[in-house]
Ligand binder design. Structure first.
Ligand SMILES: Nc1ncnc2c1ncn2[C@@H]1O[C@H](COP(=O)(O)OP(=O)(O)OP(=O)(O)O)[C@@H](O)[C@H]1O
Ligand SMILES: [Mg+2]
Length: 225
């Protein structure tokens, strides 16, 4: 079982969207026993709210809050992966506790220079707290028409910071998926038909999810070996 925390120093960077879809992808990739669990650690309760809107009951993961997680485990449920969504700008104590207890920390980051400029502060926080959890950045809200993502990738590489190859591009299908409580692959347009970008948006999620899955597998191998 792996615990993956999604955290960032900024709000609105796609943390909850990532938590929701990474949970969906990992549930599909991992056929072992147990469930993928999202712990919604944000007071906004975005992920819990989105899952609550799902009418078809086809979400392949479950969502609890920090307060209800104990009950979930007490009633005999078993998690094969846990994804923790956090609120923006977590306090130093929260960051230390949540990130410190995780196997992997993912830091979603839109490529715009402003967020990139403030990253070192977040990393300094992590380091000054003694958090040694492996982490990686992920580019989110990527506008495919702009060169921002390439610049951000070059910047992070020059800083020797880990960055996932995959990225989450900007698609209004993600917003629709959130409104409809479904994974983006099932997002519908106003006409009721499947959103025209649902497939490519889901492809981004699959790419990111597979990469994370590979990282988890490598971590397992290095622990066992
Ligand atoms: N790749 C994307 N393309 C288009 N819209 C997106 C994408 N990712 C997220 N969004 C939308 O942007 C908004 C913010 O996303 P989200 O709630 O995931 O960010 P967050 O980092 O969790 O925010 P907060 O810090 O407030 O918790 C939401 O309305 C979401 O539907
Ligand atoms: Mg959120």
């Amino acid at each position: 079982m792996a615990v993956i925390t999604i955290a960032s120093h900024k709000g609105g960077v796609g943390k909850s969207t990532l938590a929701f879809h990474l949970a969906g992808v990992l549930a599909l990739l991992d056929s072992s026993d147990g469930q993928v669990l999202v712990i919604d650690g944000d007071e906004n309760r975005s992920v819990l709210g989105w899952a609550g809107k799902n009418e078809s009951g086809n979400l392949p993961f479950e969502v609890v809050t920090l307060a209800t997680q104990a009950k979930w485990f007490q009633t005999g449920n078993r998690a094969k992966h846990i994804i923790i969504d956090t609120q923006a700008r977590p306090s130093r104590d929260d960051l230390k506790e949540i990130a410190g207890d995780s196997d992997l920390l993912i830091i979603p980051t839109p490529p715009q220079s402003l967020s990139i400029d403030t990253l070192p502060l977040f990393l300094d926080d992590l380091r000054s707290l003694g958090v040694i959890t492996p982490y990686t950045f992920l580019l989110t809200l990527v506008d495919a028409r702009s060169k921002d993502a390439e610049a951000a990738r070059a910047y992070l590489t020059s800083m020797n910071e880990p960055l996932l190859e995959g990225k989450m591009r900007l698609f209004s299908a993600f917003q629709k998926a959130a409104d409809q409580g479904v994974l983006v692959r099932d997002a519908r347009a106003e006409t009721g038909k499947r959103d025209k970008n649902a497939g490519v948006a889901w492809g981004d999620c699959m790419d990111v999810g597979k990469e994370v899955w590979e990282i988890l597998e490598q971590m397992k191998e290095s622990t066992c070996g």
